[in-house]
Design a protein around this ligand. Structure first.
Ligand SMILES: [Zn+2]
Length: 349
């Protein structure tokens, strides 16, 4: 059985919250789905509520949906357990500590919206806010790969529809001074003639290593034969289609360029890749490791003898698959809920 958070004492060290009798509520607000969960530790939820994000009905309606789901879970689980706190994950960028959204591409029309104060006013209690990618990184550190390998400092890239990222430094989210740190999905990997990006720039990693990017490259290279999903492009590559294989080589190349910048700058022991596109790990990782060895001198100096060992050697740089799957963001929001009740500060603010 997988070790739970209680057995390794993370609350005592990190959140200052005893496990027995406490629960938190986490919210993962996405552009399509709204997920709200009650949580008491480990990698399972006490209860989850899944709703569509009713963006067309307006921001107030979405905030009401969030608060009604929180109230319902709080009422059902308060009693034998005590509510320690509430954590919320949203698409970034997010201005902290105020909790104001800054032109998030996945929540059109929410630029400047003070999400934290809107929720706090309705619930009449404090909540803690963080970007969804930072929450996923926090969960991976506390409950996933970080727990398994005993690593408290890591960088996670989530290769989904876009590319999210989060930095965890000694068990804490690295926010930067305004809450907008860790947006590695918008590192430039194509300097000349790069694809335009939703952030306003061009040539960003997100345009070359996301499910959306794989579909664009499939249309460019396969024309009318292009499959309708990144998963199907992967199937085509595994069936031996050289054009489809070339797409995943391009993904691996772009990841190597971005990882070179991260590894040379940060010198962290662990870089995790998560998100749906990692199902194609077998297709893009050979090119990624080959290119990374050529490009990053820090990687060459710290390259491990085994890429996927049982235990991590000290003073090496590992690039591994994340372990928690699509629940990572919601688990991270729940962990944030436990941190909300503590006096712990954050790195960078
Ligand atoms: Zn960008």
């Amino acid at each position: 059985m997988k070790k739970g958070a209680a057995e390794v004492g993370i609350w005592d060290e990190q959140a200052g919250v005893g496990m027995s009798g406490a629960f938190s509520i986490g919210v993962d607000l996405g552009g399509t789905n709204l997920r709200v969960a009650a949580y008491s530790g480990g990698t399972d939820f006490l209860e989850t509520i899944l709703l569509p994000t009713r963006l067309a009905a307006g921001r107030e309606r979405v905030v009401s949906d969030i608060c009604e789901a929180i109230d319902a879970l709080a009422q059902r689980h308060n009693g034998q357990r005590k509510l320690a706190g509430i954590g919320i994950g949203t698409p970034g960028p997010l201005e902290l500590p105020r909790g104001v959204l800054r032109n998030p591409p996945n929540l059109p029309g929410w630029d400047g919206f003070p999400l934290r104060s809107a929720i706090t006013a309705k619930l009449n209690r404090g909540v803690r806010l963080e970007s969804d990618a930072n929450n996923a990184a926090l969960a991976e550190q506390c409950l996933g790969a970080g727990l398994r390998y005993g690593v408290s400092t890591l960088c996670m890239l989530t290769l989904g529809t876009g590319v999210g990222s989060g930095l965890i430094f000694r068990g804490q989210v690295w926010n930067g001074v305004t809450g907008m740190g860790g947006e590695a999905g918008h590192m430039i990997v194509q300097d000349q003639g790069g694809e335009p990006c939703g952030c306003g720039g061009s040539g960003c990693l997100e345009q070359y290593a996301s499910a959306k990017a794989v579909l664009r490259m499939a249309r460019e290279r396969l024309g009318e034969e292009a499959p309708a999903s990144a998963h199907d492009v992967a199937l085509l590559a595994r069936a031996g289609d050289a054009r489809a294989c070339g797409i995943f080589d391009a993904v691996g190349h772009s990841l190597a360029v971005a990882l070179t910048g991260l590894i040379n700058t940060l010198n962290m022991p662990l870089y995790l890749l998560g998100g749906g596109l990692c199902d194609a790990w077998d297709l893009f990782s050979p090119e990624m490791f080959r290119e990374l060895h050529l490009r990053s001198y820090i990687y060459r100096l710290t390259e491990p003898s085994e890429l996927e060992p049982e235990r991590l050697e000290e003073k090496k740089t590992y690039i591994l698959r994340a372990q928690l799957g699509p629940a990572a963001g919601l688990l991270g929001a729940c962990l944030l809920g436990f941190q909300e009740s503590s006096s712990m500060g954050r790195v960078g603010i």
